[in-house]
Design a protein around this ligand. Sequence first.
Ligand SMILES: [Zn+2]
Ligand SMILES: [Zn+2]
Length: 142
Amino acid sequence: MNRISLKEPESTKECIYYTFRGIGEEGEAKAWALKKECPKCNKGLMGKPKDEKTGKPKIRAKEYVCPECSYTVEKEEYEHGLTVNIIYTCPHCKNEGETQIPFIRKKVQKLNEESGKKKSVEVLRFQCGKCRKDVDITKKMK
Ligand SMILES: [Zn+2]
Ligand SMILES: [Zn+2]
């Protein structure tokens, strides 16, 4: 096994993205992307802008801001520069491994087993280090 020995985040507050979920019948994955330092002042960690009234981050915001200097980056541009760290159990071969991929979601067609219809979903796709098959982490459905 090729372990990169990823260090898990101490708090989800350090993360732009964090998920832990089952994949298929037997697989699972923990995936996270850490916040990145502001490229302008190198002090703040870029995050979603906060609501001035409640102090909570605005989840739906289309940009990220630096809390120190207010430097703003568009959402896609910021996310595409991030790395997703993944610790997984492969749903195909049950290999346990770790990997890192760019934080770029792919649109794929997935069959909904209940309705029998195909639906377009966004996934983070990586290849199992052992069997080389695709493993998809789907976006949480609401
Ligand atoms: Zn800054
Ligand atoms: Zn595998």
